[in-house]
Design a protein around this ligand. Structure first.
Ligand code: KG4
Ligand code: ZN
Length: 330
C-alpha cells in the first residue's frame, strides 16, 4: 500500500510517500529562516508558511515518488502535540485528501512517530517492549513502549525541553539559532570539565532550567570581567553539553535496567547530537542493551515517520480514526 504522510506540527512542512514501510519520497520545507531573528519559532509565521507551502510539498513528494495522487491508499497525519494553528493546516489538508480520494485517514502522535524512525526501511527490527526516548526542541520524554498503542510515560522534563535549552544557551552566547547543531559542532572534549554545571534529575524526570540559568549567569560574570571570547564560549558549551549528555544517558540506562528492558529506541532533533549518539553507543556495549538510534535523515521533523507509524497502527493494530479528529496542542 502507498501511504501519504503529512507533518505540520512545528516549523517543518513535510509530505512523504511510503510503500508499506519503505520510504519512496520525503520532502520537507522549513520556515526556520523566517524565525531566526526572533531566536525561536513564532506560531503565526509557522502557520502561514504551512498554508503557503503544503500544496507544493505534496506535489514534489508525489513527483519524486512517480505516484499519481489517486494511488495513495492511506493518509496519515500528525494531530498532536504541537502548535495548534500549525497542526490544523496539516490535519485539514489530510482530511480533505482522504475524503476526496475516498481513502482512510489516520492521525498519529508526533512524539510516538519520532520513535518509528529507526524502523523505516527496517521494519523487521521492530520488537516490543522497548524503552522509547524522544528528545527534541519541545519534548524530553522517556516511555515504556509495549506496542505503539500501549505506551506508558516513565519520565519527562519538569521544565524546559532539552533542545530548547540548547537553543536558549546558544542565543545567550550569540552563537546562532538553532543552538543544537552549533553547540554540537563547537564541542571540545578537552573542555568538558572546565565549568561544573549540573542537570537536575528526580527519578526518571529531568530538569534543564537550572543548568540553563547557571550557564547564563556564568556568561554574565565572564562578560563583566571582559573574558568572554570565542574560546571561553566553547568551554562553556562543552561543559554544558557534557553534563546534559551524561545525565540523559545515565537516566535512560537506569530506566531500562529498572524495567528490565533490553532495547532502547531514540528519536527527535537532539538525537542527531554526535556526543549523545556516541555516549549511547558506548553505554550499549557496556550494559548489554541494544540501542536503535533514529538515522540522521529522520531525526528532525519529517513526514516519513508519520506515514510509517500511521501505516503500522492502521495495518497491525487496526486503529481507525474519525474524520472529526481534532488537533491537540498537548
Ligand atoms: O525534533 P525537532 O526537529 O523539532 C521538534 O519537534 O522540536 O527538534 C529540534 C531541536 C532544536 O531545539 C535543535 O536545537 C535540536 O533539536 N537539535 C540538536 C541537534 N540538531 C538539532 N540538538 C543537539 N545537537 C544537535 N546536533
Ligand atoms: Zn519533533
Amino acid at each position: 500500500m502507498y501511504v501519504l504522510g503529512i507533518e505540520t506540527s512545528c516549523d517543518e512542512t513535510s509530505c512523504a510517500i511510503l510503500r508499506n514501510y519503505r520510504v519512496v519520497s520525503n520532502i520537507t520545507i522549513s520556515s526556520l529562516r523566517e524565525h531566526k531573528k526572533y531566536g525561536g519559532v513564532i506560531p503565526e509565521i509557522a502557520t502561514r508558511a504551512h498554508l503557503k507551502n503544503i500544496d507544493r510539498v505534496l506535489n514534489v513528494a508525489l513527483r519524486e515518488a512517480r505516484l499519481p495522487l489517486k494511488r495513495v491508499g492511506l493518509v496519515s497525519v500528525t494531530y498532536k502535540p504541537g502548535l495548534i494553528g500549525a497542526l490544523v493546516v496539516g490535519l485539514n489538508f489530510a482530511k480533505a485528501l482522504s475524503l476526496s480520494l475516498n481513502k482512510p485517514f489516520i492521525g498519529v502522535n508526533h512524539l510516538h512517530a519520532h520513535l518509528f524512525a529507526p524502523f523505516l526501511n527496517n521494519k523487521e527490527k521492530l520488537q516490543f517492549p522497548f524503552l522509547g526516548v524522544v528528545v527534541s526542541g519541545g519534548h524530553t520524554e522517556i516511555y515504556l513502549v509495549n506496542d505503539f498503542d500501549r505506551i506508558k510515560l516513565l519520565g519527562q522534563t519538569r521544565d524546559d525541553a532539552c533542545g530548547e535549552v540548547y537553543d536558549k544557551i546558544a542565543r545567550a552566547l550569540e552563537l546562532g539559532y538553532p543552538g543544537g547543531p552549533v553547540i554540537d559542532r563547537l564541542y571540545n572534549a578537552d573542555y568538558r570539565n572546565k565549568f561544573c554545571f549540573k542537570c537536575g534529575r528526580v527519578g526518571f524526570d529531568l530538569s534543564f532550567s537550572g543548568i540553563k540559568t547557571a550557564v547564563i549567569y556564568k556568561r554574565m560574570e565572564l562578560q563583566k570581567k571582559r573574558i568572554l571570547d570565542k574560546e571561553t564560549k566553547v568551554k562553556l558549551v562543552s561543559s554544558f553539553q557534557h553534563s546534559v549528555v551524561q545525565t540523559m544517558v545515565k537516566t535512560i540506562i537506569d530506566a531500562a535496567q529498572k524495567h528490565k528492558i533490553k532495547r532502547i529506541v531514540c528519536g527527535g532533533g537532539v538525537i542527531a547530537n554526535k556526543l549523545l549518539r556516541q555516549t549511547l553507543k558506548q553505554a550499549q556495549a557496556r550494559t548489554n542493551c541494544e540501542c536503535f538510534l533514529s538515522p540522521l535523515a529522520y531525526c528532525g521533523d519529517n513526514a516519513a515517520i508519520v506515514a510509517g507509524l500511521g501505516f503500522y497502527l492502521y495495518n497491525k493494530r487496526g486503529v481507525r480514526r474519525s474524520i472529526n479528529l481534532a488537533g491537540e496542542a498537548n
